[in-house]
Design a protein around this ligand. Sequence first.
Ligand code: LMR
Length: 332
Amino acid sequence: MKRLCSLVFGGLVLALAMPALAQQPIVIKFSHVVAVDTPKGKAADRFKQLAEERTKGRVKVEVYPNSSLFKDGEEMEALQLGSVQMLAPSVAKFGPLGVREFEVFDLPYIFDSFDELHKVTNGPVGKLLFQKLESKGITGLAFWDNGFKDMSANKPIKLPADYKGLKMRIQSSKVLGDQMKALGAIPQVMAFSEVYQALQTGVVDGTENPPSNFYTQKMHEVQKYLAMTDHGVIEYAVIVNKKFWDGLPADIRTTLEGCMKDATNYANEIAKKENDDALEAVKKSGKTQILIPTADEKNQMKKALLVVHKENEGRIGKDIIQQVYQATGFKP
Ligand code: LMR
């Protein structure tokens, strides 16, 4: 009798708890390393808003900006382990994962415009790069723009010789290391979250960023010069843990794919303006002098940096580089 009562009671508790258990939202932890008021910060929040609205609360997106959950060097492993479900790292951070082909994006001056960039991100090369992630337990969903990178330092940097001996912070990309070495500078790989302090204390002398990252990380407070070199891009790959994504209920995954598409359009719509506004804010601060390269200075920089393309054919793959040249019309 007593056993029957506890069975009935247990069943009752379960029956009462079931709806609540069933209603637990699917949680997507989305970690990134930049500030909220940046192209990526705003696009991540937009994805959150759309996903929670369109799934009527069946999905909850927790966005962790500014390396508040995982920083560079930790993010990818956390994603592979499933400690986080979504990331949007710069394409310059896939080399350590063993997918060196992504470093094609880092080749100096390979892109002259967002249009050229989109021919690659929305084309066969973009698809190919995402396919290479599958064997790492990662699925690529989209590419988000940020902007063109500019060099900064505490001395006027106009010509290749001006970079000689400077310690320059870079992302974890061999191509970017070669880029700095080609200028006679000393590359230092460092997590994004550590750059401000390293500039402030002189651990590094300079770095490269689009204005949105330069301004929102307050680098204008510790860098006297920003040279508008536009020598490379910061582009993001939005990625998810493959097991998590494949395990989603089909209707939810379809809805989230739609949300990602709209968040991607939003990210790429706002990217240029976010950077233009950030550059204006840097100018307004009066703390950093903006250097506009002359045509001759730009040519000398290009000439000094084109060697990096040849040097990395073996690493990236000559075929992939050729495909990007074709898509962008780049003439080495
Ligand atoms: C950097 O490390 O400089 C950038 O990749 C940071 C970012 O995500 O924009």
